[in-house]
Design a protein. Structure first.
Lengths: 254, 263
């Protein structure tokens, strides 16, 4: 089911140099549909505007022209969440791990005892249950990333944009995050837009991969289905083929 | 280790100053009328506390300083947080508030005497005035520097302005608010003592005490009262430092190269 239609999106950042006015805008009349119940990955060479697309979908920046049509279920508010690539920007320093997860749940009005149970489940899911009483300053980078994800997903937003949430993390943290995000696909309403530049992350996580081009205005140069069974296995038939395809698209554009 | 050797060095320095002072007094290098010996000053401290009068003055001054801080902070911090959260509202007042901050608070005292009258209230309000502005401006800049992605997520979850200010902005601004508190403590003490000294309002207060003792030519007692006032200032500052360490235990650590201290 379609959740979001981007119609004729035009976007550019304010010009910095006089020469900037001569170049085409970053996005010009881009059209794109995002479906619910699956994880959509956005991939492309560095600097191509992946993060910007994420920020547009996440309401952080606004299009110059064109519109984003969200289905009514995804009304602006708690069901539309954007997570920055820096986990520090999502977590609250003065709250413990427990409180970081508790705050969003309290905010949406979940009463005390179900809330406690839910926090426990969430912390177990991200493997932070042993660290509930710590403050973020006493966590490692990987733990902070997991906490950021836990906080952003605590109130179960229907739509979330994740900007490079697996970047530079250790394997076990990656695995935890991949498991948590994969679970979202069980909900037919969930929209997950995931920005990355690693083909492996796409193959582990996404159902669909959009590859952005390298030239302004940026176009979607490929829209690839990743039809692999979950949990994803590198030895599964089709995995290697899709990997080659993804890398080919990325390489062609340079 | 570093802090240990620092406090050792400080102690040695203070000991050296006391030794030099004793030597100057012992050899009568400066007339004891101008500089009494350390032992005479110590005796005066004991005498003044013994009679109970200095303790009372200390209590009165402490009460005025605390009231001034409270009266400055209670409206200053929330108002600052609102202004930090709503910069477009703050734009109306920011320059004026900064200009007001540059006006020496003592200028206002004659005016306060007319409007409020000679008394306790005037002293406290005068000292509270710069505290209010400092708390406000610092809370505002702290709240303005709050991480916008955190605010955005809270807003997406339906949190109202009050909740965001109470649960998020207050804490994001806390390091700035505590920096303001540090400055306010000195400001309030200076103003309270100065006003006590020059305007014969209350009968008590450290400033009044120092002035009276000096008028009576009780020089060792004057020194004693000055030293007690100074130590009171040091004590207030130490309290702020302790509070800072306790309250900000969650602050992300600064780079280890800078000594690993949070502030």
């Amino acid at each position: 089911m379609k959740a979001l239609s981007i119609k004729e999106l035009t976007f550019d950042y304010p010009w910095k140099d006089p020469g900037d006015r001569l170049r085409p805008p970053l996005y010009q009349e881009l059209c794109l549909d995002v479906r619910a119940g699956e994880i959509t990955a956005v991939m492309g060479p560095s600097g191509c505007g992946k993060s910007t697309l994420g920020k547009i979908v996440g309401d952080i920046v606004h299009p110059v022209s064109g519109r984003l049509f969200w289905e009514p279920t995804y009304e602006k508010g708690r069901h539309r969440v954007y997570m920055n690539q820096d986990p520090e920007k999502s977590i609250w320093d003065h709250q413990t791990v427990w409180q970081n997860v508790e705050w969003p749940l309290k905010q949406i009005g979940i009463p005390h005892s179900p809330r406690r149970a839910k926090i426990r489940t969430i912390l177990e899911d991200v493997k932070l249950d042993a660290f509930a009483r710590r403050v973020p300053r006493d966590l490692s980078g990987g733990q902070k990333s997991r906490l950021a994800l836990a906080r952003q997903l605590a109130a179960e937003p229907r739509a979330i944009v994740l900007d490079e949430c697996l970047n530079g993390l250790d394997l076990s943290t990656k695995e935890v995050i991949i498991n948590v995000l994969s679970k979202r696909t069980q909900n037919p309403d969930s929209v997950t837009l995931f920005i990355t530049h690693h083909a492996n992350e796409v193959l582990k996580l996404a159902d669909r991969c959009l590859i952005l081009g390298n030239q302004r205005p940026v176009k979607i140069i490929a829209d690839i289905r990743i039809d692999l069974p979950r949990p994803r296995d590198e030895d599964a038939p089709g995995y290697a083929g899709l990997q080659t395809e993804l890398l080919k698209h990325l390489a062609n554009d340079f | 280790m570093i802090s240990n050797s620092r406090s050792l060095k400080s102690l040695i320095f203070i000991g050296g100053v006391l030794l030099a002072w004793s030597l100057v007094a012992a050899f009568d290098l400066i007339s004891p009328v101008l500089l009494p010996s350390p032992s005479a000053v110590c005796a005066a401290v004991v005498r003044l506390f013994g009679s109970g009068s200095l303790a009372q003055d200390l209590a009165v001054t402490a009460r005025r300083v605390c009231l001034a801080l409270l009266i400055g902070a209670l409206p200053g911090i929330p108002l600052g947080l609102i202004f930090g959260y709503r910069p477009r509202l703050y734009a109306w007042f920011e320059d004026s508030l900064n200009a007001l901050r540059s006006v020496p608070a003592t200028c206002l005292f004659p005016l306060l005497l007319i409007v409020i009258g000679v008394g306790e209230t005037s002293i406290v309000i005068l000292a509270a005035y710069p505290c209010f502005l400092l708390f406000l401006v610092n809370a505002a800049s702290g709240a303005r520097l709050a991480e916008p992605y955190r605010i955005r997520h809270a807003e997406a979850l339906g949190a109202g302005s009050l909740r965001i200010m109470k649960d998020l902005l207050f804490f994001e601004a806390l390091p700035h608010i505590l920096a303001a508190l540090r400055t306010c403590v000195s400001y309030a003490l200076v103003l309270v003592v100065a006003v006590e000294m020059f305007i014969g309002v209350g009968k008590h207060g450290l400033g009044r005490k120092i002035f009276d003792l000096q008028s009576n030519f009780d020089i060792p007692e004057t020194y004693a009262a000055i030293i007690v006032t100074g130590l009171f200032g040091v004590a207030l500052n130490t309290l702020v430092n302790l509070a800072e360490r306790r309250v900000l235990h969650w602050m992300p650590q600064a780079d280890e190269l800078s000594g690993g201290k949070p502030l």
